[in-house]
Design a protein around this ligand. Structure first.
Ligand code: DHB
Ligand code: MG
Length: 219
């Protein structure tokens, strides 16, 4: 399904423009060694997240779906030294790998990993200082629930990014993936219709195949 040209071009762009540092490479290696799925964002997307965090001036980031902490490292690097990223991870094993990775990257003091189902963790964040930037990259079935929480835990101006909104085109053929595609579609429709949001969506190709991300801003 993946065109080799896309992957070669992505590797070129990563080497020449993105230039990941050793902490990013360590996170990828550790995930392979721990037999974790290689479903983290590509380095060019990770750096986009870091730049969006910086450009939005975010001080508090919420992430749903930590995995090995690859995107967490990128986003934490975009925060000021007293900034904070709260990242929700379902599996303790993944959280342990991520903890080691964010610490090794020198950003551990900014990263608060919460283990458990995000839908259990998110309600505990009500009443804390609100979040300026939210990255949703977990079980796609719950994408629209996570979007709801992002709005609730955000404020006017909060930037919300959702990964994997194309799902190899299955969003238009939901019978190909009856669990994930309908969740993604429900989230996209909500993003487009919710009067509290302004939103767009971008398709991408590369090492992660045909996919994309959606970006919304809370009005
Ligand atoms: C899968 C999940 C992701 O978040 C991703 O970016 C790619 C694949 C998956 O569950 O297969
Ligand atoms: Mg993803």
């Amino acid at each position: 399904v993946t065109e080799p040209g896309w992957v070669d071009v992505e590797h070129y762009l990563t080497d020449v423009v993105v230039r990941p540092d050793p902490a990013h490479k360590r996170a990828l290696t550790s995930a392979v060694e721990a037999d974790m799925p290689a479903i983290e964002v590509a380095p060019n997307a990770g750096k986009l997240l870091r730049m969006l965090v910086q450009m939005s001036g975010a001080r508090r980031v919420l992430e749903v779906g930590t995995l090995a902490g690859f995107s967490s490292i990128w986003m934490a690097q975009g925060l000021p030294d007293d900034g904070r990223i709260v990242t929700c991870e379902f599996l303790q094993k993944h959280a342990d790998v991520a903890r080691a990775n964010v610490d090794a990257a020198g950003v551990g003091h900014k990263v608060d990993i919460r283990v458990g189902a995000a839908l259990d963790t998110l309600p505990t964040l009500v009443g804390q200082e609100s979040f300026d930037f939210v990255f949703i990259d977990a079980d796609k079935e719950n994408d629209s629930n996570y979007l709801d929480w992002a709005i609730r835990l955000g404020h006017p101006g909060t930037v919300i990014v959702v990964d994997n909104v194309i799902w190899d085109g299955a969003i238009l053929e939901p019978e190909r993936d009856e669990v994930n595609a309908p969740g993604i579609v429900a989230m996209l429709e909500k993003m487009g219709q919710d009067p509290r949001l302004d939103a767009t969506a971008i398709q991408t190709v590369g090492s992660k195949g045909w996919d994309g991300f959606a970006i919304a801003r809370v009005r």
